[in-house]
Design a protein around this ligand. Structure first.
Ligand SMILES: [Zn+2]
Ligand SMILES: [Zn+2]
Length: 416
């Protein structure tokens, strides 16, 4: 037996319905908010992520599925969607062709991480992005869309945390203050933090190493170093959230694990794996479009982990089994007619099934039970000669005869 690759998983019938529920809810909300779907390839030039996601990130440093293809090209299976979305936005000049550059994508991402419960090497994300809008109202809209998604899925005890990491103007002063505050403690931090101090000191806040925490807790906060435009922007974002009635709290440590974030960052936390986890997260990335060779346009977005959302769904969110009919055949004549009736029901838009292997009525009825059919249609014998079919209500076992000519409409009435 050849098993699935470590870190990947099959989404089986029975579970996939929850995925469909999450995906369908996301699609409907994106449409309501005016976000259009963009599907980008799973493989891109390695350079796109090295530049876009950032050389200093854990993703680019150690987690990318990169390889040389048969043409000698270095390609990467996307570890996140944002650089691909930016590339497509620039490559197709979408700011000219679309009414608004508000986009979403859904699909698999790939990171070579240590597999653990709920964390996979092939995982799935909903990705939402807006290009070209500076106004804090768009930050609030994107956060609101994320919040609505969690609410629409019925996920309870969700918490929104926000922060601002400043811009190219004010960040250098903050980084300097950060390194100064670290001072003699820097050599006592973990190896990753040593590297972060050299490449992107903000990301020291991402450190999960226990021993580092007392030192990190003493570090200065980015919001105390914001320039006037960044401070105003962040104040306006929070004012919009207050006006929407969306509860938020400030998290100084919310710098996000990527290099490109500017100003607003946010996460929605929820109970997914028996502990509090980020269900989704995002922020503003005002320099990224330009860094990737496009025009100087701001951007903001978020990515939601579909695995986490599915895990966080309330038990009541299990989608209902669709009502269906089951056709039971008696004898060869009955079977021929039953197949025709089965097709008529389906052509009329009704869910209907039949058992092709078992011949006995008992075995066929058993199958109807297993499929939780609402109604069984028994076709054969004398009734068929009279132009009738037997109709059995599975819940209570009531049986009656019905004219063959009317049966599709009668079943429609019973199933809908
Ligand atoms: Zn600033
Ligand atoms: Zn550390």
């Amino acid at each position: 037996m050849i098993a699935a690759i470590r870190g990947t998983h099959d989404i089986l019938p029975g579970e996939v319905e929850k995925w469909q529920l999450v995906e369908e809810t996301a699609r409907q909300l994106c449409a309501r908010y005016g976000y259009l779907e963009l599907r980008t390839p799973i493989i891109e030039h390695e350079e796109l992520f090295a530049k876009g996601t950032g050389e200093s990130t854990d993703i680019v440093q150690k987690e990318m599925y990169s390889f040389t293809d048969k043409g000698g090209e270095r390609v990467t299976m996307r570890p996140e969607a944002t650089p691909s979305m930016v590339r497509a936005f620039v490559e197709h000049n979408l700011e000219q062709t679309l009414p608004a550059a508000k986009l979403f994508a859904m699909g698999p991402m790939f990171r070579y991480e240590r597999p653990q419960k709920g964390r996979y090497r092939q995982f799935h994300q909903l990705d939402v992005e807006v290009f070209g809008v500076n106004d804090p109202a768009i930050d609030a809209e994107v956060i609101d869309l994320a919040w609505m998604l969690i609410a629409a899925l019925g996920i309870e005890r969700a918490e929104l945390v926000v922060n601002s990491v400043g811009c190219a103007q004010c960040r250098p002063a903050f980084q300097e203050a950060l390194l100064k505050a670290l001072g003699d403690d820097l050599p006592r931090l973990c190896e990753d933090c040593q590297r972060r101090a050299r490449t992107n000191p903000l990301r020291i806040y991402d450190c999960k190493v226990e021993a580092d925490q007392p030192i990190i807790d003493r570090l200065p906060h980015s919001i105390d170093y914001l320039c006037e435009p960044c401070a105003t922007h962040f104040r306006d974002v929070r004012a919009h959230l207050d006006a929407f009635g969306i509860p938020w709290s400030l998290s100084h440590r919310l710098v996000r694990g990527l290099d490109y974030y500017t100003r607003t960052t946010f996460e929605i936390l929820g109970q997914a794996l028996g502990a509090q986890n980020a269900l989704l997260g995002g922020g503003r990335y005002d320099g990224l479009v330009k860094d990737l060779g496009g025009p100087d346009r701001p951007g903001i977005g978020f990515a939601a982990g579909l695995e986490r959302l599915v895990l966080a769904l309330p038990a009541s969110a299990a989608p209902a089994v669709p009502a269906r009919a089951f056709v039971v055949a008696i004898g060869d004549d009955g079977r021929r007619e039953a197949l025709v009736l089965l097709r008529e029901l389906r052509a009329a838009g009704l869910a209907a099934q039949m058992e092709f292997e078992a011949k006995g009525v008992r075995a066929q009825m058993k199958r109807a039970d297993r499929l939780q059919a609402r109604v069984a249609l028994i076709v054969g014998g004398d009734e068929l000669a009279r132009g009738e079919v037997t109709l059995r209500t599975m819940a209570n076992g009531d049986q009656r005869s019905a004219p063959r000519a009317d049966i599709v409409e009668i079943v429609r009435g019973l199933l809908t």
